[in-house]
Design a protein around this ligand. Structure first.
Ligand SMILES: Cc1cc2nc3c(=O)[nH]c(=O)nc-3n(C[C@H](O)[C@H](O)[C@H](O)COP(=O)(O)OP(=O)(O)OC[C@H]3O[C@@H](n4cnc5c(N)ncnc54)[C@H](O)[C@@H]3O)c2cc1C
Ligand SMILES: *[C@@H]1O[C@H](CO)[C@@H](O)[C@H](O)[C@H]1NC(C)=O
Ligand SMILES: *[C@@H]1O[C@H](CO)[C@@H](O)[C@H](O)[C@H]1NC(C)=O
Ligand SMILES: *[C@@H]1O[C@H](CO)[C@@H](O)[C@H](O)[C@H]1NC(C)=O
Ligand SMILES: *[C@@H]1O[C@H](CO)[C@@H](O)[C@H](O)[C@H]1NC(C)=O
Ligand SMILES: *[C@@H]1O[C@H](CO)[C@@H](O)[C@H](O)[C@H]1NC(C)=O
Ligand SMILES: *[C@@H]1O[C@H](CO)[C@@H](O)[C@H](O)[C@H]1NC(C)=O
Length: 556
């Protein structure tokens, strides 16, 4: 009690007496003395911030990268468990698509990173199952067989391509075997003349689907994010056109996805002593000076067991910069104290997207019980419908311990929020990682109970996990795994405002959360927005060769 009282007293003393605060008038902002002066400040070291820095590595300017946590990578997070140290667990992004994710593919090559097939794809052909309305069905049965949904005759005939069928009914557009451009997608109109992007998922499906057909379409769509009632209808159709999501075209980075931003930052640092990186610095506020430069107010942070908190008792650190790139998730951006974000222009633009929680739970076992059951081919298991469980993936074997690894659950939206409640109740299981990565007894029981049901194996036949780790993408600074667009927004119109929220300030915003339609749930989206902003506003800084006049004396 005494200690707590003392700590509280100290806190009050520091806040009241330390004096340093965010400037509150033009005069005080202009007079602000900075601890550090930069040409360009980049805030956030996820893929978009790291890529921005990398592209500017030869700029010859003072460029600083500031990251909230103790880690470069953001929502790319490659993790190891003690008993399977030779296997990379991806508790964030894990795969990319060749042919569709061209910037990322070229970038991994440029960085010398080896890409290998992501063998589980979006569910491996021949051993992927859906658990729908209590029934375990193969992929082919879902496409062509009896399903526990009372589909109309014509829906039944189009069961294997239900989204393509509904899109044709809605808009007259037949995807056939071709593909469709972004421009064409935005031009699609339903019969009453409204553009498809104006409609929610519910409104669109209600026009063409029977109620059972709609439930079927909703349940076979693996991520809940795009099939919530208010989601933009265009996203879900976009997801079902073109790519089948299986085969050799799905890749991963052999040494882990997080290597991409890590290598970008490493090369940025090595190129010039002018290029700097600071971890554990949380941007709190941003103010402009009358000479069009900026003061950034950072507070040091601390990361313990994966959880980063702002050290409120520490003094604010002031960084002055002429230009600013905010490479932040929209959730963190909207919590930044910067007056232009409260103006209608910015508020309206960022309101176009919704945060979607996401989570992964990995478990390791001394036997691959999911490969030993009757469903010999069903290791990549996708399940939806009336349970808050989503997907599971086989994750290979460790040669060090011989143990087997499973993504026991990969969920999004409300499914994640439900699982988080379970995580926060009860004790951590034996072998659980600590802190923000805890797997609790109730969460483990829930997941294993579900898997036992879906696989038709006795719960008692499933051994206890040896180790486990979870990651819930729900809290600050991410607030979500990815965003989805709300109905009613023309992506291109909004994106320009998102990337430059205040026309009189040289403050730019990059990241996946500001990318076109469904690209916003991919790394590629974060690279696309970065390229667009750099091309328009930082051409001179992005030369791709060293300029000796500028750099010679500063080379590290
Ligand atoms: C579970 C999951 C699975 C995914 N799967 C895939 C996949 O398979 N393939 C794929 O391509 N994509 C996938 N993604 C999406 C991909 O991870 C993101 O698109 C990508 O990481 C976005 O990059 P970004 O730079 O825009 O943002 P982030 O990666 O979120 O990086 C933002 C950075 O900003 C920092 N930051 C935030 N606030 C502050 C502040 N105030 N001050 C300083 N720093 C701050 C954060 O700490 C973070 O490091 C997945 C995402 C999740 C969550
Ligand atoms: C299935 O739907 C049709 C109408 O589409 C209806 O006539 C029939 O009764 C339904 N069957 C069941 C089992 O619900
Ligand atoms: C798509 O391709 C298949 C096989 O090549 C062909 O049979 C079918 O007619 C094509 N469909 C359309 C709409 O072009
Ligand atoms: C597993 O795959 C093999 C070979 O593809 C196939 O013959 C067998 O029927 C499959 N078993 C199940 C249960 O799906
Ligand atoms: C384990 O060894 C096998 C056989 O050499 C190899 O194919 C596999 O990639 C190794 N697994 C890991 C995780 O290194
Ligand atoms: C979560 O559930 C609530 C209540 O049922 C619903 O209103 C909301 O749309 C759901 N959100 C998501 C993202 O599924
Ligand atoms: C956890 O491990 C301890 C020590 O090995 C053991 O006594 C205990 O029974 C285990 N708990 C569970 C729930 O398995």
């Amino acid at each position: 009690m005494a200690v707590r009282f003392l700590a509280l007293g100290l806190l009050i003393f520091v806040t009241v007496c330390s004096g340093r605060r965010v400037c509150d008038s033009q005069q005080s902002c202009d007079a602000e003395q900075c601890d550090k002066n930069l040409d360009i400040a980049i805030v956030g070291a996820g893929p978009s911030g790291a890529y921005s820095a990398y592209k500017m590595r030869y700029s010859g300017k003072d460029v600083g990268v500031f990251e909230y946590s103790d880690r470069v990578g953001g929502r790319l997070y490659t993790y190891q468990l003690p008993n399977t140290p030779d296997v990379n667990l991806e508790i964030g992004g894990m795969r990319y698509i060749t042919g569709a994710h061209n910037i990322l593919q070229a970038l991994t090559k440029e960085l010398g990173l080896e890409s290998v097939p992501f063998t589980e794809g979006f569910g491996r052909p021949g051993r992927t199952r859906f658990f729908l309305r209590g029934q375990s069905l193969t992929y082919d049965e879902v496409k062509f067989g009896d399903v526990p949904y009372n589909l109309t005759t014509v829906e039944k005939r189009n069961q294997g391509r239900i989204y393509e069928y509904y899109l044709k009914e809605l808009t007259g557009f037949d995807i056939g075997n071709g593909s469709i451009s972004r421009e064409q997608l935005l031009k699609l109109r339903v019969s009453d003349g409204r553009p498809l992007y104006q409609l929610t998922f519910d409104e669109a499906l209600d026009l063409v689907a029977s109620s059972e057909g709609k439930e079927f379409a909703r349940d076979v769509h693996v991520f809940t994010s795009e099939v919530t009632s208010d989601a933009n209808a265009l996203s879900v159709f976009d997801d079902h056109l073109g790519e089948d999501g299986v085969g050799d075209n799905i890749l991963t980075v052999k040494n882990g996805m997080q290597k991409v931003p890590k290598e970008l930052i490493k090369k940025f640092r090595k190129t010039s002593t002018l290029n700097q990186v600071q971890l554990n610095m949380g941007l709190q506020a941003l103010r402009s000076k009358s000479d069009n430069s900026f003061v950034l107010y950072f507070r040091p942070t601390e990361t313990i067991e994966g959880k980063t908190t702002v050290l409120e008792y520490r003094e604010l650190e002031r960084v002055c910069a002429r230009q600013v790139i905010l490479a932040l998730p929209v959730y963190a951006l909207r919590r930044l104290d910067w007056p232009p974000l409260l103006e209608d222009r910015a508020e309206t633009a960022y309101a176009a997207v919704r945060n979607m929680a996401a989570s992964k739970v990995f478990m390791t076992f001394d036997q691959a019980w999911w490969l030993d059951s009757d469903f010999t081919n069903s290791s990549a298991y996708v399940t939806k419908g009336d349970t808050p469980f989503s997907q599971m993936y086989d994750w290979k074997k460790s040669n060090v311990s011989g143990d087997f690894i499973l993504i026991a659950s990969y969920a999004d939206g409300n499914n994640t929020l439900y699982q988080r409640v379970l995580r926060d109740h009860g004790q951590p299981i034996n072998g659980s990682e600590p802190g923000s990565h805890i797997v609790s007894e109730p969460l483990k029981e829930y997941i294993l109970h579900h898997l036992s049901e879906a696989y038709g194996v006795d719960r008692s036949a499933i051994p206890e996990p040896k180790t486990a780790v979870s990651q819930f993408w729900t809290d600050y600074p991410f607030g979500s795994g990815w965003i989805t667009w709300r109905a009613g927004y023309h992506f291109d119109d909004v994106m320009n405002t998102m990337r430059r929220p205040s026309l009189k300030d040289e403050v730019y915003v990059v990241g996946a959360d500001y990318a076109w339609g469904l690209m916003s749930s991919w790394i590629e989206g974060s690279l696309e927005t970065t390229d667009a902003v750099l091309k328009e506003y930082f051409k001179a800084e992005c030369r791709d060769f060293p300029n000796n006049n500028h750099l010679g004396s500063h080379m590290a």
